[in-house]
Structures are given as structure tokens and as C-alpha cells.
Write a protein that binds this ligand. Sequence first.
Ligand code: T46
Length: 143
Amino acid sequence: MLANVQEVMFSPKGDERGKLIAIESLSEQVPFEVKRVYYIFDTTPGTIRGNHAHKKLKQVLICVSGACTIVCEKPDGSKTEYRLDWPNRGLLIEGLVWHQMKDFSKDAVLIVLASEHYDEGDYIRDYVKYRRFCRELNCVTKE
Ligand code: T46
């Protein structure tokens, strides 16, 4: 089972009027068909969201306004923090990655492009179960 985290960059098209970023399914940055889009905003100061992993879901997270930090833990236990603070930076998360979102700025709007429709059965929300699941399955971590 795959677990992968990767920063992706979008190229803004700019002219004297401002900037525009276009995102397409099945592109280098979004290597899946987008079936769902959701966004997180108006976050209570100090709040921590996430704290779960997905079994199969692939997602790209983009903070289109403000900033927030995504903490990702792979099945091998390695942890990395990513500060998303610019609309041209995204984070691709695929499969069994335990993730947490924190340090939202007041104006943060975090948009998420997802490969599947909402399915609570795809979530692992218990950390002990997550670690057990990773041990039981032979997880593959892309470098
Ligand atoms: C993730 C991170 C980055 C729905 O009904 N439909 C949806 O598509 C989503 C995403 C959520 N919900 C419901 C489920 C809960 O009752 O909205 C409520 C809040 O969801 P949750 O507590 O899972 O939200 P976060 O911010 O902890 O996590 C979300 C996504 O759920 C998750 O897939 O990877 O953002």
C-alpha cells in the first residue's frame, strides 16, 4: 500500500491585472481525477485539525489565502512539517500518511482536491490502529 507526501508547485499566469492559477486533473501536480473539492476556513485560533490517515485517498492541499502548517507522518515513522503560505504551493498526500493541520492564520483558506467522494470508512482516526495497520500491511513509501 502506497504512502507518499510531495510538495507540488503551480505556475501562476500573471499580467498587469494580477495572477491566475489553473489546476487540472491528471496533471503532474494532481495525478488523479478530482471527484471532490472541500475547503477549510474561519478556523478557531490554536485549533488542530486532521489527526487521521486515509487508506486509499489521494489529496492535494493548497492554502489559497493565508497560511497553515501540515504535519505528515509516514508509515516508517518519519515526520515532516510543511508550511503552506502561498497559493502556488501545494502538498500531494497519497495513501497511509498520518496528517495534522495546525497554525492556521486568521485569513487561512485551505482548499483540498480529493480523488474520491467522501467515505468515512476510508479514515483511520485512531493513532494506535494506524501504527498497527502500517505494520500489518507492507507499506511502500515513495522517496
Ligand atoms: C483530510 C483533511 C486535510 C463531510 O461530510 N464531507 C467531506 O467531504 C469532508 C472532508 C468532511 N465531512 C464532514 C465529516 C465531519 O463531520 O465534515 C466534518 C469535519 O470533517 P473532519 O473532522 O474529518 O475534518 P478535518 O479538517 O479534520 O479533515 C479534513 C478531511 O476530513 C480529511 O479527509 O485529509 O481535512
